[in-house]
Design a protein around this ligand. Structure first.
Ligand SMILES: Cc1ncc(COP(=O)(O)O)c(C=O)c1O
Length: 369
């Protein structure tokens, strides 16, 4: 976890909201630099910003924002995107509410994705990658389409109509898995090389930490390394871990300060998770966001899902409120980016009520790994 920028957790009802919330975050983040560029092109009050504002590309190279092409803007790192408006305000002495008011006219949530794509001449919309083992709820959020890896960029008309976020069913690509039902990194590598070659942007890659049918855990560590590799080629995307089912086991890897040492040997986490799983769960802290469902392996007797962002500013991508305007009490904002917050006490209390030795008392456990 980045110490200066705390993460955040949105708790909500499950059934669709996690995929929906994540794909919406990914969509809004991807188009945010384009919305800003369009505002700068069209707003005389931002002329100084156009001439002087410098940013870092995902390759590490620095460039004047207004001189970046569409491909470069679609591939800024998440860190860079979430810091853009604050840096503009600080550098050019603008007030955040004023900038936000201008920007609101250009955001993807205002104009719609098609309008932005048309303005920037994007003929191939970005795609969202999930393994073939993905839980079916993801297709409700974005739609789905199976593509053979030999023809990775092929698109077909899919019977499912355009799904909730407007990403479109044909832009959700299922990545092949290996014999252990884990993402096939070789196939993913080939696929990502094609995206670079065809200059097609990628919203995000979803990894599953405990697939519903097989209990398999995707090689998150390798996928983080693949992202580093492709950022050097100019391609950047979010990495989301769907730890709805397996995330709870991460809490078993954290020393529980309440243990006395005389507990049963059955508390040993290696009885439940193998070395591969332990290693991958320890990489959860490097994912941009993590879904946790305490009502699954955490036994919470009430539907309760959490979408945890590593960088808490990512949640501003799905709110209509400016990060600087609003309630002083952060907790009051819960409903702005999620839907509901009333499940939190149930999530906190369940391990205590069950007298569980594991210390999963909050989704924040992920950051202590
Ligand atoms: C890996 C995984 N992701 C997401 C979900 C969706 O969970 P829910 O419908 O409870 O939100 C499930 C449900 O079984 C799952 O196993």
């Amino acid at each position: 976890m980045c110490p200066a920028i705390p993460g955040s957790v949105s708790i909500f009802t499950p059934y669709l909201q996690s995929p929906w919330a994540h794909s919406r975050t990914a969509r809004n983040l991807k188009f945010h630099p384009l919305a800003l560029r369009r505002a700068i092109d069209n707003e005389p009050s931002l002329a100084r910003v156009a001439a002087h504002f410098r940013i870092s590309l995902c390759t590490g190279k620095e460039k004047v924002f207004a001189e970046c092409d569409t491909w470069e803007l679609l591939n800024l790192t998440p860190d860079e995107v979430v810091s853009l408006t604050t840096r503009i305000c600080e550098t050019f002495g603008l007030s955040m509410p004023a900038l936000q008011a201008i920007l609101n006219n250009y955001l993807v949530q205002t104009t719609g994705k098609n309008d932005l794509e048309k303005y920037f001449g994007i003929e191939q919309p970005p795609q969202y990658l999930c393994p073939r083992t993905t839980h079916y709820s993801w297709s409700k959020g974005t739609g789905e389409l199976c593509i053979p890896v030999s023809r990775p960029l092929e698109t077909k008309v899919h019977p499912v109509s355009e799904a909730i976020t407007g990403i479109g069913s044909k832009n959700m690509i299922r990545v092949p898995v290996d014999e252990q039902a884990r993402i096939d990194c070789q196939a993913l590598d080939t696929l990502l090389a094609e995206y670079v070659k065809h200059r097609r942007a990628v919203y995000a890659i979803v990894v599953i930490m405990g697939t519903t049918e097989h209990g398999s855990v995707d090689p998150l560590s390798k996928i983080l390394a693949l992202r580093q590799k492709y950022q050097q080629h100019g391609l950047s995307f979010l990495i989301h871990a769907d730890a709805a089912w397996g995330g709870y086991f991460a809490s078993m890897l954290v020393p529980n300060p309440d243990l006395t040492g005389s507990e049963s040997h059955l508390d040993d986490p290696t009885l439940f998770v193998n070395a591969h799983t332990i290693n991958e769960l320890r990489h959860l802290r490097h994912a941009d966001s993590v879904t946790l469902d305490p009502h699954k392996s955490g036994y919470t007797p009430f539907p309760a899902g959490a979408l945890c962002y590593q960088d808490g500013r990512l949640r501003y991508m799905v709110t209509w409120n400016s990060p600087v305007i609003g309630f002083e009490d952060e907790s009051l904002k819960m409903g702005v980016y999620g839907i509901e917050g009333r499940y939190v006490p149930v999530v906190y209390d369940t391990p205590r009520l069950l007298s569980a030795d594991v210390s999963f008392s909050s989704a924040n456990q992920v950051q202590h790994l």
